[in-house]
Design a protein around this ligand. Structure first.
Ligand code: NCD
Ligand code: ZN
Ligand code: ZN
Length: 345
């Protein structure tokens, strides 16, 4: 049995670092494991300007303190009013790595999202031209569509026409949860990739209703049936360069989760790498872990691979019941469970 695994330093291609006290509380978990992370822009108000992204990046670095070896990669939150010149200038300046498309009202803090793709056609046209990636929360918001079908319906109704109309636009379909999405991304004749979260590799929808209502297993897109979890797992360990690590770590203070209307989002940052490695170990695919965690994403984004390495060791570690306190008290994914691997050092 492999006891130690050393891989090139990995990146997290989808994370919510929040702001203020929560940012201070959570940023270190991500920076401890990852060299870079794509930071989601769904703050209140959302990050829509170059100045806002620059300031947010400075707050992230300040939260980590001197000597942190971590690069936040910032994203621009697209609205119906998004301006191609501003976005292109922000990209050119190295502030905006990518743009994020939230269909309006699809998820947490998406009220200002895009109501109609046609409204942002000039932006997508420009992004396609300059090679700037579009990151997508891929769910339709039509309330007549069953919540478990919203990702699959998005592929037909939105993504298929989108890739037809913008054949060279680089797209990352974020946090995929279905067999349909895994097949779509694997087979499309288009520059498209997908991120995969730890939770969608580990839980199916039963976890949300396991002996009672489990708010800490609730995120969007919501976990699906077991057959979908297995398909997403196969994609993750397949070795295909179209699938890579994106935690979607999304902390919400415990009271906002344990509520009559609990927020969507799972906080997996503290043991993200350990959790992913558990899956690759179970699938007998440890040899493919480095590609998924440290290579495929950087190549898709056209960024250099990280120098340096990290080491994981087969030593058990127990996930605490909570992290932080007061306004930053959060229940992490797999709270109370013991993982077989831990990050060394
Ligand atoms: N994934 C989630 O359930 N929640 C995310 C938003 C998102 O990524 O959709 C959040 O910001 O809380
Ligand atoms: Zn999302
Ligand atoms: Zn997210």
């Amino acid at each position: 049995m492999t006891q130690r695994l050393t891989i090139r330093r990995p990146d997290d291609w989808h994370v919510h670092l929040r702001d203020g006290a929560m940012l201070e509380a959570v940023a270190g978990y991500t920076a401890r494991q990852f060299a870079r992370a794509i930071v989601m822009p769904n703050l209140t108000p959302p990050v829509t300007s170059v100045a806002a992204a620059r300031d947010y990046r400075a707050r992230i670095l300040a939260a980590l303190g001197e000597g942190a070896r971590f690069e936040p990669l910032m994203t621009c939150y697209l609205t119906d009013q998004a301006d191609p010149d501003t976005i292109a200038a922000g990209h050119e300046e190295g502030v905006f790595t990518a743009c994020k498309l939230y269909p309006a009202h699809a998820t947490t803090n998406s009220a200002h999202g895009v109501t109609d793709i046609a409204a942002i056609a000039p932006v997508l046209e420009r992004m396609q031209r300059i090679g700037m990636p579009l990151l997508i929360h891929g769910e339709v918001t039509d309330r007549s569509i069953d919540i478990f079908d919203r990702e699959a319906v998005f592929l037909d109704r939105v993504l298929t026409p989108l890739i037809r109309d913008f054949p060279a636009l680089r797209i990352v379909l974020e946090h995929i949860t279905t067999a349909e999405a895994a097949v779509f991304v694997a087979e499309a004749a288009h520059p498209i990739a997908a991120t995969i979260t730890p939770q969608h590799l580990i839980i199916n929808r039963n976890a949300i209703f396991d002996g009672g209502l489990r708010p800490h297993a609730y995120c969007l897109p919501v976990a699906k049936r077991e057959a979908h979890r297995l398909a997403v797992r196969r994609a993750a360990v397949s070795g295909s360069p179209r699938f890579f690590l994106g935690t979607d770590s999304a902390p919400h203070v415990v009271g906002a989760k344990e509520s009559a209307c609990g927020c969507a989002g799972i906080f997996n940052a503290p043991f993200a790498l350990e959790t992913y490695l558990r899956v690759f170990d179970e699938e007998d695919a440890i040899d493919r872990f480095e590609g998924f965690a440290s290579e495929h994403g950087a190549r898709f984004y056209g960024l250099p691979l990280n120098p340096g390495t990290i080491t994981l060791e087969r030593v058990p570690v127990t996930v605490p019941a909570t992290t932080g306190e007061g306004a930053t008290a959060v229940v992490p994914f797999l709270a109370g469970e013991t993982l077989a691997w831990r990050l060394a050092g």
